[in-house]
Write a protein that binds this ligand. Structure first.
Ligand code: SAM
Length: 281
């Protein structure tokens, strides 16, 4: 593939299994002028494995504006740069936002090279709805702050995804049980793409028990995928309207059933129709 000057490539690398390295990632990393890596010593092993000899430079977001400026200047001078993190997709709980933001501000082209990402790998294998989800990243390490974040998403109607450190998993599950109740389902996705890959779904209370009793489940890298809050549908309809609506909806299209019930009981057609839609969803 052709590499263009002054382009910033955001390159995903494997999250464990090196066979997940994409052909395009190898091509780009081999062809750019420079690779900006979160940890050059860590990434050296990956590059060596794929016989990539491109020079590397350390890029830490906390390194401040200077590092970002240096890379942007190189891009503006016509160099091509690839950004990689230690594993997975850069910017996803990893450095890169600042340089991508600035590259856009300066009219430079940013090119994603997709590949492994723990968030998406966990989500697609979690067995929970994927039509609407929110990524919460890492929860705060301190309990009070963690519980504040969890309480703020208690009623969220989307599947929630968290990254969590193994030494905090038990405490986090305890807090989740406390805040969401032991019945809410959770999937623990551990060591994805690696030898001890584990993907297990349980109600929170059982998950906490399992993780507490088996220290192996408190090792390695972990993603938690939490079931959305399911609230009972609040409706203005009374029991008689609902009963008639549900009977008619078995035989008639929702619009027709809503219209008949609305006329019969003198209620808004929209309320009846929305109730039927909520049943469908
Ligand atoms: N940018 C990475 C990505 O694309 O997923 C994530 C980087 S973040 C610093 C590291 C966290 O991602 C880990 O603590 C863990 O929560 C999750 N993670 C990374 N690799 C994983 C794996 N193989 N299995 C499960 N979780 C993983």
């Amino acid at each position: 593939m052709g590499i263009n000057v002054s382009e910033l490539y955001i390159v995903a690398t494997p999250i464990g299994n090196l066979a997940d390295m994409t052909e395009r990632a190898i091509q780009v990393l081999s062809s750019v002028d420079l690779i900006a890596a979160e940890d050059t010593r860590h990434s050296k092993r990956l590059l060596q494995h794929f016989s990539i000899g491109t020079p590397m430079l350390a890029y830490h977001e906390h390194g401040g504006e200077q590092q970002t400026e240096k890379l942007l200047k190189m891009l503006q001078e016509g160099k091509s740069i690839a950004l990689i993190s230690d594993a997975g997709t850069p910017l996803i709980s990893d450095p890169g936002y600042r340089i991508v933001h600035e590259a856009h501000a300066r009219g430079l082209k940013v090119v994603p090279i997709p590949g492994a990402c723990a968030l998406i790998s966990a989500l697609c294998a979690a067995g929970l709805p994927t039509n609407k989800f929110a990524f919460e990243g890492f929860l705060p390490a301190k309990q009070k702050a963690r519980c504040d974040v969890l309480s703020a998403v208690k009623e969220d109607s989307r599947t929630l995804v968290f990254y969590e450190a193994p030494h905090r998993i038990e405490d986090t599950l305890k807090d989740m049980c406390e805040i969401f109740g032991g019945e809410r389902k959770i999937t623990l996705a551990r060591e994805l793409t690696k030898t001890f890959e584990t993907i297990k779904q349980e109600p929170l209370a059982q998950m906490l028990e399992w993780v507490s009793q088996d220290s192996n489940q408190r090792r390695g890298e972990i993603v938690l995928v939490l079931e959305a809050c399911v609230t009972e549908k609040v409706t203005d309809l009374d029991e008689r309207s609902i009963a008639l609506l549900e009977v008619l909806a078995k035989e008639l299209p929702p619009k027709k059933a809503s219209k008949m019930v609305a006329e019969h009981y003198g209620i808004p057609k929209k309320t009846a129709y929305e109730y039927l839609l909520s049943l469908k969803n």
